[in-house]
Design a protein around this ligand. Structure first.
Ligand code: NAD
Length: 419
């Protein structure tokens, strides 16, 4: 069953990446076990009549929140609304958030949650009710200093606004309960584009150190949602040629470079990239194997795996999505001399901007967009240099160095606080 395979692959991958770093840090088995265990996992059932107006059937949706570790601060992580959502996948993604927040050195832990639902089958009204019922049931484990959700696949600022509203009914107006919300409700300038902006920023840094100027570089991006679109937009503005893009249906390719604004308009009008004028069709599988300088998976987990890794032709792979490369594929990419920028570094711009949003909400004092972007770039630059320098010092890859830095910070916080 495809969902089960993905679920196992995702957890296995995370486990193998961590094992490499654990070995290098000489952590004992008991410490490893503690670092791997989730603090709390909450499962709720949400009854809904999605098509109530038509006298539709009652359906029960399953909602989850995995809170992995909060040694360094409140749990932080996205909510995913997607049919494949399951506890195994969320465990791996929640852990990844713990390492990501530690790597960029912000006072948060890691969590992930969501609902197993195909939102394309729900009306806007049904989605609002589903989100609010989920929030009612999760309210005991959410909190401004306890657990702060954010958008992920299938959720957006509107979904965050519904959570804010539902939570505020019992707690008073509480904008800091979620990040990634609309600016009108205390969202931060720059949050929407922050993940893609960060991906583009880090891509430029790594490419220039590989003597590969972005101007004229050919780039393939899988996924054209929040992260894929903003990444493409920023890289195109830096002079790169985005030669192929895709969404859950299919991809499009144009050797001379795709006009990103044009592609975005086409998607808003038709719903998909398919039939984008001036482009040829390409499947998602073919897209990953196209000749290019840089490949950016920005969709879902495990899209680069044992089935296609030998056919990857890029010199640089930047993980805009979470866990898009399986551990076996990662080993093969390394053996083939292809540089991989790991997710916890590449897409950390999103959680950094979320942190800035939370700080602005607590201060009740919004910052200018320039302040947000400047702080984002300065922090990403510092983190990238720390990871790169450690990788050079230890003669290891960027991923292992990033995990080492993150794990040692979380471990230190646990030891200082005691059990
Ligand atoms: P999104 O829902 O806005 O977009 C997802 C895109 O991927 C869409 O274009 C969708 O059509 C496409 N897609 C879905 N299934 C696909 C498949 N099987 N093959 C190819 N394309 C597929 O989600 P997003 O917020 O852009 O998130 C994308 C990735 O980035 C996820 O892995 C997410 O966890 C990660 N991420 C997001 C953020 C953020 O701030 N949104 C931050 C860090 C990491």
């Amino acid at each position: 069953m495809p969902v089960e395979r993905k679920h196992c692959q995702c957890q296995d991958t995370q486990f193998h990446f961590l094992e490499r770093a654990f070995e290098s840090l000489h952590l004992e088995a008991a410490q490893r076990e503690l670092l791997l265990s989730a603090f709390r996992e909450t499962t709720v059932s949400i009854p809904l009549r999605p098509h109530h107006a038509d006298g539709g059937e009652l359906q029960t949706f399953m909602g989850y929140r995995v809170q992995h570790n909060h040694a360094r601060g409140p749990f932080k992580g996205g909510l995913r609304f997607h049919p494949s959502v399951n506890l195994g996948e969320l465990r791996a993604l929640a852990q990844l958030m713990t390492w990501k927040t530690a790597l960029v050195d912000i006072p948060f832990g890691g969590a992930k949650g969501g609902i197993a639902v195909d939102t394309s089958q729900l009306s806007e009204h049904a989605l609002e009710i589903l989100t609010k019922r989920f929030t009612q049931k999760m309210a005991p484990v959410f909190g401004v200093h306890q657990d702060i959700p954010a958008p992920d696949i299938g959720t957006n600022p509107q979904v965050m606004a519904w959570i804010l509203e539902e939570y505020s009914k019992n707690h008073g107006y509480t904008p800091a309960i979620v990040t990634g919300k609309p600016i009108e409700l205390g969202g931060s300038a720059g949050r929407l584009e922050s993940t893609g902006h960060g991906v583009a920023y880090i891509t430029e840094k790594v490419a220039s150190e590989m003597s590969m100027p972005l101007k004229g570089a050919s780039i393939v991006i899988q996924g054209f949602g929040n992260v894929g679109f903003h990444t493409a937009q920023h890289l195109a503005a830096m002079g790169a040629h985005i030669i192929a893009l895709s969404d859950a249906h299919n991809g499009v390719v144009c050797e001379t470079g795709i006009d990103i604004q044009h592609a975005q308009r086409h998607v808003s009008e038709t719903g998909w990239l398919e039939d984008l004028p001036g482009c040829e069709p390409v499947s998602n599988a073919e897209l990953l194997e196209l000749p290019c300088d840089i490949l950016i998976p920005a969709a879902i987990e495990a899209t680069i795996n044992c089935d296609n890794v030998e056919a990857i032709k890029a010199r640089l792979v930047v993980e805009a999505a979470n866990i898009p490369v399986t551990h076996l594929a990662d080993t093969i990419l390394r053996e083939r001399g292809i540089t991989v920028v790991p997710d916890l570094l590449a897409n950390a711009g999103g959680v950094l901007a979320s942190y800035y949003e939370w700080v602005q909400n607590l201060q009740e004092f919004p910052w200018e967009k320039e302040t947000v972007m400047l702080r984002l770039e300065q922090r990403l630059n510092r983190v990238y240099e720390q990871v790169r320098d450690l990788a050079r010092e230890r003669n290891t890859d960027l991923r292992t160095a990033a995990y080492e830095l993150a794990i040692s910070r979380v471990n230190q916080a646990i030891l200082l606080r005691g059990f």
